[in-house]
Write a protein that binds this ligand. Structure first.
Ligand code: ATP
Length: 133
């Protein structure tokens, strides 16, 4: 299968460049796949799972969103956070999930930042999903 280079960068980490055959990203308008010779462009990414296929394995990463830039010779994913299953601290994600659920059911709805709450909930759920893959 045709391959291309994939770079994943966060403000604090630069993952080793990978040679991959397929990447599935959580786009803001729904997830989308990238294969070799994909149309160039910059796409916004949402909180979700990045699936990466090389010629020998499939990997899953959790992300809290950012951008994917597709250029002629490869793809660069610029995201706020990224974790593989082995990076994920499950008790921490479970605690974050519980905090978000507690806030959701709190009676103080007026001071609740709904978007922040839903994002924290999604990040925790996605981390738990990737950790269990
Ligand atoms: P928390 O409330 O536990 O900090 P969060 O969703 O607010 O969770 P982020 O702001 O998305 O955390 O991430 C901050 C940093 O902590 C990032 O580097 C991210 O990769 C890391 N991180 C967050 N949660 C976990 C986790 N459960 N396991 C490992 N690393 C995590």
């Amino acid at each position: 299968m045709s391959t291309f280079n994939l770079d994943i960068v966060t403000p604090t980490r630069n993952l080793d460049e990978m040679v991959v055959s397929y990447v599935r990203c959580p786009g803001l308008d729904g997830s989308f796949g990238i294969m070799a010779n994909h149309q160039e462009g910059i796409f916004s990414l949402d909180i979700g799972v990045i699936m990466i296929k090389t010629n020998s394995e499939t990997k899953y990463l959790s992300t809290s969103g950012g951008f994917a830039e597709i250029v002629n010779d490869g793809v660069c994913i610029l995201v706020e956070t990224v974790e593989s299953a082995s990076d994920i601290d499950i008790p921490r994600a479970e605690a974050a999930l519980q905090r978000a659920k507690d806030r959701k059911s709190s009676s103080d709805k007026e001071n609740l930042d709904q978007v922040r709450l839903e994002n924290a909930l999604s990040r925790a759920l996605i981390r738990l999903r990737v950790a269990k893959k």
